[in-house]
Design a protein around this ligand. Sequence first.
Ligand code: THU
Length: 150
Amino acid sequence: MTAAPDPAARAALIAAARAAMAAAYAPYSRFQVGAALLFGDGSVVTGSNVENASYGLSLCAETVAVAHASHAGHRAGLIAVAVIGGPHGVAGTVVTPCGRCRQVLHELAALGATDPLVIAVGAQETVDIRLSALLPLAFGPGTLAFPTPP
Ligand code: THU
């Protein structure tokens, strides 16, 4: 089982996600989301949603955070993810990662064989749930284990 962050790290991660939410580019939905990834070495990498005038091309905060982390060289040791969002950047209902983002997060987690704790933060409540519970029986890099060609 991947260790849950201690209370100080958890609070810092949520604060990082909240700060990231303010940097969202969401002129169409006006629904701003921030995500923060915590790695085993203590690194925190953030992302926020990036929308597009061609609406379907919009990127979620979690996906942007994963791309940011990969680009910065963080390919293993994902231990926790905090997500927060709401209309005009005001947190309300708990925001859990969308289906596509669950898959994107799984790819990064699988590289280090971790099962990160997802911390979905709302105004009134916070939900802690493992990524494996959000995406059971996940398809991932291990599924593509091609036999060695002759
Ligand atoms: N969004 C995220 O960034 N993360 C999620 O987990 C759910 C949705 C974004 C996408 C879009 O820019 C806006 O929230 C409204 O759907």
